[in-house]
Design a protein around this ligand. Structure first.
Ligand SMILES: [Zn+2]
Length: 338
């Protein structure tokens, strides 16, 4: 096992280059542990001294074993029934931007942050939406239940192509495969392309954003939800911050570095909002205690680790950090210029 301590190597010259800004100076090197499953492995990351992006040095060859069938977005979602389905559908309508009083109430009880990130766009239900890194399509199903019909997903880690019914399909593919269809004129460009905690998993993030730009119609919207090191949780927990997630997260952006990357890919950044939740606290506390984050295929606090009052405290603190723009997860709204 290698030394996990943080070393200042700013004067140490190696052939390193920031994947975002091409800077050759890094501020620090970190050796960080795998956190989801508790594998006893560490990975080297460097923090760019210019744009502040924290990035993995070498991407492992055998990435599949850090995902696998237990990975959270890969699980099949059980369909609700009865009254619960009525509430869920109302919530989904409200969060996707429609007027729904019942949905507004239920959204407070059962939030769905990925869906809520679409609300400010006030989308009509006829828009064409592509979800990149969609897993088994939980968000696409929610949009479908809210009345959206022109939905697609791509994910290279799903076992097979999936048909969610009603013409909604998930392809086991890379974004570039979808782009070739658009470039060849075999399908229309999209109104919205979304990356919900998927961009940080892509080795060529700039290539993915450029592909998203190509996949969009002029004036189309791109939503990027990512963890960020410009946050209290990173400053407080460091390598035990649960958003780090080595080696699956290749890039942990600063708020500056994601803007720089998006602008280099042709986008205009229209807004950045915080949507961090309690995970930053219970997850990071568990990482400090060497307790794996994933339990029976889901991210959930290990029973007995936190009191109900502590968990309520995490909720209050997460809301406060979001208001102060210091949360560890952000939504970046991008527009392809008209
Ligand atoms: Zn940089």
């Amino acid at each position: 096992m290698r030394d996990l301590s943080v070393r200042d190597e700013s004067s140490y010259v190696i052939n390193w280059r920031c994947r975002v800004c091409d800077n050759r100076q890094f501020a620090q090197t970190y050796w960080a542990r795998e956190q989801l499953f508790g594998f006893d492995e560490v990975f080297e990351y460097k923090l760019c001294s210019s744009c502040g992006c924290l990035q993995i040095v070498v991407i492992p060859d055998d990435l599949d074993r850090y995902y696998g069938s237990d990975y959270y977005s890969m699980r099949s979602q059980p369909k609700p029934g009865g009254l619960k389905e009525v509430f869920i559908r109302a919530r989904n309508r409200y969060l996707s931007g429609q007027f729904d009083v019942l949905g507004a109430l239920f959204a407070r009880l059962r939030p769905f942050r990925a869906l809520a990130s679409l609300r400010p766009l006030r989308l009509s239900r006829g828009v064409r939406i592509l979800d990149v890194g969609c897993g088994r399509g939980e968000l696409l199903q929610a949009l479908q239940s809210a009345g959206f019909t022109r939905l697609s997903g791509v994910d290279p880690f799903v076992a097979d192509d999936l048909d969610l019914g009603g013409g909604v399909k998930i392809r086991r593919a890379q974004l570039s495969d979808v782009i070739s269809l658009i470039v060849n004129g075999d399908r229309e460009p999209f109104d919205v392309v979304m990356f919900h905690h998927s961009l940080e998993h892509i080795d060529d993030a700039a290539g993915a954003l450029r592909a998203a730009y190509t996949a969009l119609r002029p004036d189309g919207d791109c939503i990027v939800r990512i963890p960020t090191v410009s946050s209290y949780a990173w400053r407080h927990y460091g390598i035990n911050w649960c958003g780090f997630s080595p080696p699956c997260h290749f890039m942990l952006h600063s708020r500056d570095s994601i803007v720089l990357l998006a602008e280099r890919c042709g986008f205009k950044v229209t807004n950045i909002t915080d949507d961090a939740d309690t995970f930053q606290f219970w997850g990071s506390e568990q990482c400090q205690r060497r307790i794996p984050l994933m339990r029976q295929g889901i991210l959930t606090p290990m029973p007995g680790q936190f009191t109900a009052s502590e968990l309520r405290g995490f909720e209050r603190r997460a809301a406060e950090l979001n208001r102060q723009h210091d949360g560890d997860q952000i939504i970046v709204y991008l527009k392809r210029p008209a």
